[in-house]
Design a binder for this molecule. Sequence first.
Ligand code: HEC
Length: 113
Amino acid sequence: MRNDLIRVLVVGVVLTAMVAFCSSSSQAQSSGETLFKTKCAACHGADGKGEVPMGKKLGARNLSSAEVQGQSDAQLTEVVTKGKNKMPAYDGKLTKEQIGELVAQIRELGKKH
Ligand code: HEC
């Protein structure tokens, strides 16, 4: 009986520590990264490669590829603001600042791959 109680306590402490660790590490993410994961990852994948069912279906390009990274910040901003084919327009849905953070996040994705 006593051992069971101790085991429950230990599991409780470990879980609490894990939750605390996870929430603190997600706060450390840049807001561009969080925005990308919530708004864009469904089609582009969290890593921007578009290797998710929706991305494959709609023809999303690998955002870390040279073709995309070779475009200027202004061009990427334009695509996100106005949309392009199946890519939705975010004008009015996201602020200019948020779109700027997303373009910075796309650059980060380019560096990683
Ligand atoms: C509904 C699915 C969908 C969502 C959500 C989505 N995209 Fe896209 N995106 C696409 C598709 C499909 C393309 C390819 C468009 C084309 O070239 O025909 C694309 C293209 C792009 C491009 C241009 C790449 C190129 O081909 O030159 C950028 C940049 C981009 N998306 C960024 C984003 C960002 C940032 C978000 C989140 C705010 C986002 N996308 C959300 C589907 C999506």
